[in-house]
Ligand binder design. Structure first.
Ligand SMILES: NC(=O)c1ccc[n+]([C@@H]2O[C@H](COP(=O)([O-])OP(=O)(O)OC[C@H]3O[C@@H](n4cnc5c(N)ncnc54)[C@H](O)[C@@H]3O)[C@@H](O)[C@H]2O)c1
Length: 260
């Protein structure tokens, strides 16, 4: 679709978007925004996917929820099959599922090995496996978009969250490698890196984030808390016709703390 030919406000009409980790938080806001832009939406989450899909459908969107653990190739194969059955296949994948809000700040010497692996599995392997499961559908449909959700922790090197910072650095490398590999197929791969955001996951554990929360707004040019709705515009842009000559990029959305 050439930029400017789509109906106003419905630039994703006819497109199918899969959003992982979309039952809550930032992912839920992204799923709602892509639906608003006219996309059919598949909510994929390890918890609460069916309810979130139903709630989008009740609001008038073409949406389903599919229980999916992004660390499981079998679950992702089932997600791809459910997407094909409901809507014919995926055009857009937003890799948003992540482990963040439940993490405790610890010296790196005290991070349990199991927690290191969990963070890497969900935050990095999950993006890799979801792309592997859905890229064949994008190729069949003549192109697509992958948008990975990174974090400004990759730039800041958040003390106490060495595993999380490393995982988001790995996502940035994956974004670039997939952008080069998939460009010839018309599949554009970009990333959005949010700053500290008061998502559902963070709000539930705000006491663990007290120091980060206290510093966040003051470190920004735009001095206020960041919320999930602050991120959705960048994702919608990268999913749509106005970003059709853009790939391998990382858009920082954080109110002007990190200039990238
Ligand atoms: N909140 C922040 O400050 C912040 C900042 C930068 C980046 N991010 C990133 O944004 C994304 C969303 O974060 P959030 O704050 O909205 O978190 P959240 O905890 O509110 O939501 C995360 C969602 O991912 C799902 N999930 C967890 N493991 C999964 C798995 N194995 N398979 C499928 N789904 C799984 C959870 O069920 C949940 O619905 C994450 O990638 C996070 O790293 C968050």
């Amino acid at each position: 679709m050439a930029a400017g030919t789509e109906p106003p406000g419905q630039e994703l009409a006819g497109k199918v978007a899969v959003v992982t980790g979309a039952a809550t938080g930032i992912g839920r806001a992204i799923a709602a925004e892509l639906a608003l832009a006219g996309a059919s939406v598949v909510v994929a989450d390890v918890r609460g996917a069916a309810e979130a899909g139903r709630s989008l459908a009740d609001a008038g969107a073409a949406a389903i929820g599919v229980a999916t653990d992004v660390t499981s190739p079998e679950a992702l194969a089932a997600l791809a099959a459910a997407t094909a059955e409901a809507f014919g296949g995926a055009d857009i994948l937003v890799n948003n599922a992540g482990i963040f809000g439940t993490l405790e700040f610890r010296p790196f010497t005290e991070i349990p090995l199991a927690e290191w692996h969990l963070v890497m599995d969900v935050n990095v392997l999950g993006c890799f496996l979801a792309a592997r499961a859905l890229v064949p559908q994008m190729r069949e449909r003549g192109g697509g978009r992958i948008i990975n959700i990174g974090s400004t922790s990759q730039f800041k090197g958040t003390v106490g969250l060495a595993h999380y910072s490393a995982s988001k650095g790995a996502v940035a490398g994956l974004t670039r490698a997939l952008a080069r590999e998939l460009g010839p197929d018309g599949i554009l791969v970009n990333q959005v890196s949010p700053g500290f955001t008061i998502s559902d996951g963070v709000a539930k554990h705000l006491e663990s984030f007290a120091v980060m929360h206290a510093r966040a707004a003051g470190a920004r040019v735009l001095r206020r808390d960041m919320v999930p709705s602050d991120i959705v515009g960048a994702v919608r842009f990268l999913a749509g016709p106005w970003a059709e000559f853009m790939t391998g990029q990382d858009l920082v959305v954080d109110g002007g703390a990190v200039f990238h």
